[in-house]
Design a protein around this ligand. Sequence first.
Ligand code: FAD
Length: 510
Amino acid sequence: MTTRRDVLRLGGGLTAAGLAEALLVGPAAARPQLATPTTTGNTPDAAAWRELRRRLGPGAGLYRPEPGPENGEYGRLAPPDNLRYAHIEPAGIVACATPRDVQTAVRWAVDHGVPLAPRSGGHNYAGHSTTRGLLIHLRRMRAVTVSGERRLTVGGGATNSDVYEARAANLYFPGGRCPGVGVAGLTLGGGLGFNDRKWGLSCDRLLSTDVVLADGSLVRADARENTDLFWACRGGAGGNFGINTGFVYDSVPVAGLRATVFDLTFPLERALAVTEALQDLLAHDHAGDFDVRVGFSHPGTTPKDAAVMTVLGQRLGGERHLRKLLGRVLGLKPTRKVVEELPFWEAQDRLMDRDPATAMASKSLVPTVWLPPSTVQYIIDAVHDWRPGPGGGSGYVTLFAMGARSNDPAPDDTAFPHRAATWVIDIGTAWKPGTPDAEVRDLIHQTAVIHHALRHQLGTSAAYVNFPDPDLRHWQTAYYGDNHDRLATIKEHYDPHRVFDYPQAVGTSG
Ligand SMILES: Cc1cc2nc3c(=O)[nH]c(=O)nc-3n(C[C@H](O)[C@H](O)[C@H](O)COP(=O)(O)OP(=O)(O)OC[C@H]3O[C@@H](n4cnc5c(N)ncnc54)[C@H](O)[C@@H]3O)c2cc1C
């Protein structure tokens, strides 16, 4: 019998009242809480850890923060991608090789009252795949195989790069841009990429998934079995219902396809005209062949005038057509211009982003209207006026194009509710680990001010659950719209004792 346990809690956050006060009285008073996690769970003795090690299969490993030959593996597996949460060190890490290892780890953690967190790619923005208890790491379960005509079976620990590397069969499903992002986290929260306007979100291509539940059982969720769980696994976010050990996707044959990639940089003074032209183009691209990410960014380390606009994307098809389509944008004289037609897979490689890990925080919005010129100008000014502080923290607003096929499902067809979105807006900051707390608070406060302004200008608080914000109030509605109550009922059914828990887990109040 499982017992309810205390789990990792990230400390507080900027409350709505706090934000209102901060916005009223200015930056000096804005003090978002920095994450100060605490955890109260049982501390198993050495015999219990030995028992866990004995029960694991031959391909698995158990790593603890103690001197010895295995310490290197612990050090490699423990840090999350967001170094803001790197100080949260697990008491033990199970590197699972099979679903059975995952079952063993879950049962052991429950039996010993140890908090747990699953991790696949480790790219969660808000440290939700960190714990001071047992980290259940799926990275060894990364196989990608073809089954049936168009079915891609993907291990629960696979990343975007594993999927791209398994290209021999010329089968593709829409994934994300960063090679290290886990397919699990990406899919469970939705999944935006450069092909979602053409072929839907990652979660929209999911046919079935295997899940280890809180009682250690392994179940399948698809259109026939555990249908509510299947619905929840398409946008309800990772870490809520169980540990997904494998995914089967309906993939797209891409043999012979070509794409034209574009990578443009503009000075901010041309950003308004560029955004207008791009929005016009997106509004008329009903087939979803065209996809784009627009970045307004201040690099932080260099003077103000280094803030720029970047436009990165692709159109499925040849270069001549793309150049015609982008004519108005290219006419605005980018300072850097790459336009290149490539075979499909090479184009996806070109779009991959290999940014090194850093400490960061982000807020998001998901509007259903095109950005009016006044809002674009607000973003331009905010990024231009970004205050990096002595440590040189960067600031950015990134627009991820939505629409076309990614808006085809109804808001309650899957748990991902944002089916009338024009953009997903990511408002973020990154800083070097070791930057003083006061400076970090000021960076985060600047993102809060931008978020607050855009929320009012665009008339929405909707947010993307895969860009989680620990300071967000009313996150239940923001992430899930009207779907949260159904998700909470499903959570109650599959995980009544909240073995899978974190500060913004489905069904948490506040
Ligand atoms: C550099 C970078 C680039 C990104 N680019 C994109 C992008 O292009 N498009 C996009 O949509 N998003 C993007 N994201 C956001 C990304 O989708 C989310 O951070 C996603 O949750 C990461 O998944 P993960 O498996 O790497 O993360 P993890 O931190 O491993 O997991 C995320 C959450 O899911 C849980 N979890 C992990 N594995 C499992 C599992 N097997 N079963 C159940 N729960 C699990 C974790 O406990 C955690 O709560 C990006 C993030 C970063 C940092």
